[in-house]
Design a protein around this ligand. Structure first.
Ligand SMILES: C[S@@+](CC[C@H](N)C(=O)[O-])C[C@H]1O[C@@H](n2cnc3c(N)ncnc32)[C@H](O)[C@@H]1O
Length: 242
C-alpha cells in the first residue's frame, strides 16, 4: 500500500472513529498512518485510465460481460431507494458516482473508494446532481474507519467481488450501520452469468450471499428482478441478541 508524505494538513472529523487521523486534499479525504503519511492505494484501473471508466461500463461491462441493461439497472436501484430521504448513506466502491442515478440528493452521502481518480469524477457528478452534504474518502472497504452505527444505508453496487473477503466486508458494514439499517447490493452471480463471461474477483452464488448475511447478523431480502448476470438484494441489520 503506497503512502505519501503530507503536503496538506487540514485535519478532518465527521463520522470517523476516534483516533483515526485524516487529511483533506482537494475534495478528497485520506487517512494518515503512524508515520504521518497519507495512505494511497493502487486501483485496478489506474487513476489516469479512470476517465474511460463510464465508457467501459456502458459499452463493455453491462452489455458484454453481464448481459444487463444499464437503464434497467438504475431503475431497479431507484425503486429500492424509494423513501430514502434525509438518511446517512455510505457507499463502498463509489467509482465515478453512479449512485446519483438512483439516490435522492437530500441524503447525506459518504463515498469511499481506493481510486482517487474515480472519486474525483464522483465529486463533480454529485455536485451537478445537487447533493449538498457529501464526503469522499480514499479508503478500502476492507478497513472502514467510521464510528459504529454512523449510517442508515450502505450501498455496494458492482463492487463486492473486488474486495476479497466478503464475510469480513459484511462484518465491517454491520459495525458502521445502525440497527435496522440496510446494506443494498448489486453484484454479478455465477448462476445468472448466461454469457459465461469471465468476471473479475470473488464471486458467490445467491445461496452463499444468503448464508453470509445470516451468519453476519443480517436479514436477507431478495429484490425479485432479473437483469442479466446481476443479483440485487438488501441485507437488513438485525438487533444483536444479548
Ligand atoms: C466496477 S466498479 C463499480 C463502481 C460503482 N459502484 C458503479 O456502480 O459504477 C468497482 C469499484 O470498486 C473499487 N474498489 C476496488 N477494490 C476496492 C476496495 N478494496 N475498497 C474500496 N473500493 C474498491 C474500484 O476502484 C471501483 O471503483
Amino acid at each position: 500500500m503506497p503512502a505519501m508524505t503530507l503536503d496538506k494538513k487540514e485535519v478532518f472529523m465527521s463520522e470517523l472513529r476516534k483516533g483515526v487521523q485524516a487529511v483533506k486534499k482537494g475534495d478528497l479525504s485520506y487517512l494518515v498512518n503512524d508515520r504521518q503519511r497519507m495512505i494511497r492505494f493502487q486501483p485496478w484501473l489506474g487513476d489516469s485510465l479512470s476517465i474511460f471508466y463510464d465508457l467501459i461500463m456502458a459499452r463493455s461491462l453491462f452489455p458484454r460481460k453481464f448481459g444487463s441493461d444499464m437503464v434497467l439497472h438504475y431503475r431497479i436501484l431507484a425503486q429500492a431507494c424509494v423513501g430514502v430521504h434525509g438518511k446517512r448513506v455510505l457507499e463502498l466502491g463509489t467509482g465515478s458516482g453512479s449512485a446519483v442515478h438512483f439516490l435522492k440528493p437530500n441524503n447525506r452521502y459518504v463515498g469511499t473508494d481506493i481510486s482517487g481518480g474515480l472519486l474525483r469524477q464522483a465529486v463533480k457528478r454529485f455536485r451537478q446532481a445537487g447533493f449538498e452534504d457529501t464526503e469522499f474518502y480514499v479508503v478500502s472497504a476492507n478497513d472502514l474507519p467510521f464510528e459504529r452505527a454512523s449510517f442508515d444505508l450502505c450501498l455496494c453496487i458492482l463492487s463486492l467481488n473486488f474486495f476479497g473477503d466478503t464475510e469480513k466486508i459484511f462484518q465491517g458494514v454491520k459495525q458502521v450501520l445502525a440497527t435496522g439499517g440496510t446494506f443494498l447490493c448489486s453484484i454479478p452471480v455465477p448462476e445468472r452469468n448466461r454469457l459465461q463471461s469471465r468476471i473479475r474477483g470473488t464471486l458467490h452464488s445467491e445461496m452463499e450471499y444468503k448464508q453470509i448475511c445470516r451468519e453476519a447478523g443480517f436479514r436477507y431480502e431478495p429484490i425479485l428482478r432479473e437483469n442479466g448476470a446481476l443479483l440485487y438484494f438488501k441485507a437488513v441489520k438485525q438487533e444483536t441478541r444479548k
